[in-house]
Write a new protein. Structure first.
Length: 256
């Protein structure tokens, strides 16, 4: 079949509408019940699916049938973010304004569509999240629950990444490949992060055979290309010297 490229603005609008359906910001915010007010979203999504796959109607039904468990997962994610962030005052704040939570939401609905083998649409959804949050999660990645992203700007999670449960990521984390090689497109190129791991700001973990064992902590700015055992603490140590202006041991020359 000839693939029809979805309209970007239509996809972005559907993503926002589905978010409101899942989280209506009323007494049903955290309940399992999902209310569909009208069928506009379903009709629009079905039109997009029909342009991408011969089973557009079936895929649309599969997607909406899968929304209740996705919401349960997202509520767990939100609670985990709330528990992890001292600055979070209430759960509705996390759901309504946290960019990390919105990026996780986009990933989870995109991943459900990716599993249907539908082209283009999953990447369009996660690229929308990338555009507005600075968080780049490939829809093919496998991410457990609950999952926490704090701040988030600059995070990259590659296509074959596998992330376990109770994992926390901070800004600037990269879960990437050791090299950009098209011949490895069908191989596992990105790392595995096991349960209960914390990845602090600026850490870079590369390679399909790299495994970060459960209950490990990877410190800020660490560059990691080999596996670490469970319960490890990996950190980058740099020397910072602080001295008073009147205790100079010699001239300091700045060359610009």
């Amino acid at each position: 079949m000839v693939v029809t490229i979805p309209n970007k603005k239509s996809v972005e609008l559907i993503v926002k509408k589905i978010f409101k359906i899942l989280f209506p910001f009323n007494e049903k915010l955290l309940t399992d019940e999902i209310e569909f007010s009208g069928n506009w979203v379903e009709e629009q999504l079905e039109q997009i699916f029909k342009g991408l796959t011969p089973d557009g109607k079936i895929n649309t039904q599969q997607f909406f049938d899968g929304l209740p468990p996705i919401k349960k997962t997202l509520v767990r994610d939100a609670k985990f973010i709330m528990e992890s962030d001292p600055a979070a005052k209430e759960l509705v704040e996390v759901i309504a304004v946290y960019p990390g939570f919105f990026a996780i939401y986009c990933y989870r609905i995109a991943h459900s569509i990716e599993q249907m083998a539908v082209s283009l649409l999953p990447r369009m959804i996660t690229e929308y999240a990338h555009k507005i949050t600075g968080i780049d999660i490939h829809p093919g990645a496998v991410i457990g629950t609950p999952f926490s992203i704090d701040h988030g700007t600059g995070i990259v999670i590659g296509e074959t990444t596998v992330i376990g449960n109770y994992v926390k990521l901070y800004q600037g984390v990269t879960l990437g490949a050791l090299s950009v090689d098209k011949t490895k497109a069908l191989k596992k190129r990105h790392p595995t992060i096991e349960d209960d791991v914390i990845l602090y700001a600026g850490s870079t973990i590369l390679g399909g055979e790299t495994v970060v064992g459960n209950n490990s902590i990877i410190g800020g700015n660490v560059w990691l290309t080999e596996s670490v055992a469970p319960c490890s603490v990996v950190y980058h140590k740099s020397e910072i010297i602080v001295r008073g202006q009147n205790k100079s041991e010699g001239p300091i020359n700045f060359i610009i």
